[in-house]
Design a binder for this molecule. Structure first.
Ligand SMILES: *[C@@H]1O[C@H](CO)[C@@H](O)[C@H](O)[C@H]1NC(C)=O
Ligand SMILES: *[C@@H]1O[C@H](CO)[C@@H](O)[C@H](O)[C@H]1NC(C)=O
Ligand SMILES: *[C@@H]1O[C@H](CO)[C@@H](O)[C@H](O)[C@H]1NC(C)=O
Length: 266
């Protein structure tokens, strides 16, 4: 019961934050530039489903799935789709840098990015591991991606904002080739913080598992998509019915690139 009411408080705070961000950043009079999917607030849950399952089919010519492994019988999870078009692709010349939040027991994405030539910082406060060197180019840290720097969170998780972590690891002015976020529902609040702080400016691509629990959080994604292009949206069958039917508690794998890096239509 306690947990449930805390969650409700978070939802209310989250909605308040979205309105704050919205009124702060969206110039009045620009409210008609988006189409039906992309208006800032939803009328009903069908709109929500249409919004989250939408992607710009023409945005990326060369999409590729990285990582993933089989669970149970034939259920494959843990992979993320990235765009390999020349201007937005992760740096292929060994300077690529990945920030990956949410590992659990699956290092397949991180290993795939290492094989691609990236240095990977992998974060997960939920698996009871201390920081360690997983492999030559993959380092693990027990921080979690938070909406604030908070040492007093339940479970004693060390939650930090992305900005704080970039600063700590000396990457504030570096290009982050891929930001992977797979943090089981905490993505919305982290996203709001990242939008407010402007820390996504140097992030080339984002691959995120989105848990569509709260229609109201959709405003945060609408805001993100003022500067990021969504080139992929795939159902994650871990959160759908067994036959793949999308339900109100489904989750999706969304990928974006930062439009700032787009040079031309390749
Ligand atoms: C959502 O779509 C379904 C199928 O098209 C329809 O039956 C239902 O009434 C819609 N719900 C809302 C709230 O519009
Ligand atoms: C992950 O890989 C599976 C199997 O190849 C594929 O069906 C699915 O679309 C991929 N998902 C992502 C997010 O790339
Ligand atoms: C998929 O499963 C849901 C219940 O889990 C059921 O309502 C629906 O009819 C099924 N759809 C198909 C195409 O079998």
């Amino acid at each position: 019961m306690l947990r449930l009411s805390a969650r409700k408080v978070l939802v209310v705070v989250g909605i308040f934050c979205i309105f704050s961000v919205y009124y702060k950043y969206i110039p009045k009079g620009h409210a008609k530039v988006y189409d039906n999917f992309q208006r800032p607030f939803l009328a009903n849950s069908n709109d929500s489903q249409r919004f989250f399952t939408w992607r710009n089919e023409n945005a990326c010519k060369s999409k590729k799935s990285f990582g993933g492994k089989f669970y149970f019988k034939n259920y494959f999870d843990g992979n993320k789709t990235l765009c390999l078009d020349n201007d937005v692709m992760p740096d292929p010349n060994g300077k690529c840098l990945i920030y990956s939040f949410g590992v659990n027991k699956d290092w397949s994405f991180e290993e795939a990015m290492q094989a691609y030539g990236c240095k990977v910082l992998a974060f997960d406060p939920s698996i009871g591991k201390k920081p360690f060197k997983y492999s030559d180019k993959i380092h693990f840290y027990d921080f979690g991606l938070g909406k604030v720097d908070d040492l007093s969170d339940p479970g004693g998780w060390k939650l930090r904002t992305l900005g704080t972590l970039l600063d700590k690891f000396g990457h504030t002015n570096k290009i982050i080739d891929v930001l992977k976020i797979d943090i089981e529902g905490a993505e919305y609040e982290a996203l709001l913080e990242m939008l407010e702080s402007g820390v996504l400016m140097n992030v080339k691509q984002i691959a995120m598992e989105v848990h569509n629990r709260y229609d109201d959080y959709y405003g945060a994604f609408w805001l993100l998509e003022q500067s990021f292009e969504r080139f992929e949206s795939l159902p994650n069958f871990a959160c759908t019915d067994k036959n793949g039917t999308v339900t109100s508690h489904y989750c999706l794998e969304l990928s974006w690139f930062n439009k700032r890096f787009r040079k031309n239509n390749i």
